[in-house]
Ligand binder design. Structure first.
Ligand code: ADP
Ligand code: MG
Length: 327
């Protein structure tokens, strides 16, 4: 199975940031409220993701490292309404096939923790007892040690870490109810405690998007029945800073969609001359059967069933919010 896993890994595991994405999504799926990400040498030496989620049973640990054992997609209906973040059932096996991966976990009903790792050509999964609080730690050492071609494509540590940091920022903007901590080479880079209040949310927004963004914000909240738009926009008169935050989330997932981006720019075009300086953190929610998230395996793309409807709704909602600031 090692070869099959490595082929699958080609789709899922492009670089350290894609590993972190899969593992943090697993932690979120497991109901974690605190997630810690430790990175060494841009993730090439070590990635460690620790969570306080529901953990994995001793029996399930072995399965979790075996490909396709856990796929949650059993029918077409499942595919059409995937509400949890992970669904391919192969991330852990794929990552394990291109690194030295250990999985340590303790579910609340177990008094002891167990550590699992795959070994040898046939990737036999071994188990041994370990010390761990309730939750899970995945440690990924020597990423791509056995796939030199892929290793060669890795950029400088700084660049790879930057991708991880961007990912954590996006995840933190999509889950204010979860605490995130990120460190690089032992140094704390981000500490984002979970937010229970609006004040705490704004503080996180500021820590991620900068004080400049938060000084001149318009809050937006539009509800057109099944279509909802919420979030923050930079006031037109403040659209001068280079590289303003431009984040869009669709059903809780960070997505850069051409239709949505175009709509936002169109709304800004009425009030600012350079729409590349528009800043926004926007959340669109719509029924799961109105959007197809399976366009691409890395899930950065979507396809709307009613493209025009979504586009026009976003234009109208953003334009209206921006106009109110002009009064
Ligand atoms: P998928 O998430 O698509 O099911 P993965 O290979 O990413 O596939 O994970 C396999 C399984 O291992 C998951 O379905 C889940 O049951 C379990 N698992 C993985 N990571 C965690 C975690 N951090 N906490 C609890 N369970 C986990
Ligand atoms: Mg997963």
């Amino acid at each position: 199975p090692r070869l099959a896993n490595q082929i699958a890994a080609g789709e899922v595991v492009e670089r350290p940031a894609s590993v972190v994405k899969e593992l943090v999504e697993n932690s979120l799926d497991a109901g974690a409220t605190n997630i810690e990400v430790q990175v060494e040498r841009g993730g090439q030496n070590k990635l460690l993701i620790r969570d306080n989620g529901g953990g994995i049973d001793k029996q399930q640990l072995v399965l979790a490292l075996s490909r396709h054992a856990t796929s949650k997609v059993h029918s077409l209906d499942d595919i059409e309404s995937i509400a949890t973040l992970g669904f391919r059932g192969e991330a852990l096996a794929s990552i394990s096939s291109v690194s030295r991966l250990t999985l340590t976990s303790r579910p609340p009903q177990q008094t002891e923790a167990w550590l699992a790792y795959a070994e040898g050509r046939d990737m036999q999964v071994q188990l041994k007892p370990a010390a761990h609080p309730v939750g899970t730690t995945v440690e990924v050492a020597d990423l791509f040690f056995n796939t030199p071609a892929r290793r060669k494509f890795l950029r400088a540590d700084k660049t790879e870490f930057h991708h991880i940091d961007e990912l954590i920022k996006r995840l933190a903007l999509s889950r204010f109810d979860v605490g995130f901590a990120l460190s690089h080479n032992g140094k704390s880079i981000r500490n984002l405690p979970r937010c229970n209040t609006d004040v705490a949310k704004l503080k996180r927004l500021q820590m991620i998007c900068g004080a400049g963004f938060c000084r001149d914000l318009v809050q937006i909240e539009q509800d057109a029945g099944t279509l909802k738009l919420a979030g923050w926009l930079l006031k037109p008169m403040a659209c001068q800073v280079q590289n303003p935050p431009q984040y869009t989330f669709i059903n809780g997932r960070m997505i850069r969609d051409k239709v949505v981006t175009h709509a936002i720019k169109q709304a800004y075009a009425a009030v600012v001359s350079d729409t590349s300086l528009a800043g926004y953190v926007l959340y669109i929610d719509l029924p799961f059967d109105q959007v197809d998230v399976n366009v691409h395996p890395t899930k950065h793309e979507v396809r709307f069933i009613e493209t025009r409807l979504v586009h026009d709704f976003v234009v109208q909602a953003v334009a209206q919010a921006l106009q109110q600031t002009q009064l």
